[in-house]
Design a protein around this ligand. Structure first.
Ligand SMILES: [Zn+2]
Length: 136
């Protein structure tokens, strides 16, 4: 299955692994673990290399930074003042890739959850959100 990854996907996955220990992601991992769920990290065989993978439930969680992935919150609406010709296409490409990846995963029978950086700041809501997603 790993061989089906294109070079671009593989590169994307490697770059994600390098940035894996971001604070919001660690917060989500700890919360999920504390609730008793076990997962694999960054499965490179899956589209988009999801951050947390629950193989027996066939569910994945992505932890997305609000700026990079264009969340509909105040941070996700920020546009850098300079070099917009560079940033605007880059940020919308990120968003389009996220949508594409989730579509691919759905087609393979996986259910996806996105936890946004800003949501990870509210511990109680975060726990509720992951429980609702994982409990059934
Ligand atoms: Zn946000």
């Amino acid at each position: 299955m790993a061989d089906n990854l294109t070079r671009v996907q593989r590169h994307h996955c490697m770059s994600r692994i390098r940035s894996r220990d971001t604070r919001p992601e660690l917060v989500v991992r700890r919360a999920v673990h504390r609730e008793g769920y076990r997962y694999k990290l960054h499965d490179a065989r899956l589209p988009g290399c999801p951050d947390l993978v629950f193989p027996t439930r066939r569910k994945v969680i992505f932890v997305h930074g609000c700026f990079w992935h264009r969340h509909r919150c105040s941070v996700g609406r920020i546009l850098p003042r300079s070099n917009r010709a560079y940033w605007i296409p880059k940020l919308s490409a990120n968003r389009e890739r996220d949508l594409r990846v989730r579509r691919q995963l759905r087609r393979l029978g996986w259910v996806c959850l996105v936890v946004w950086e800003c949501e990870a700041k509210d511990a109680r809501r975060l726990v509720q959100k992951v429980n609702e997603f994982l409990c059934y």
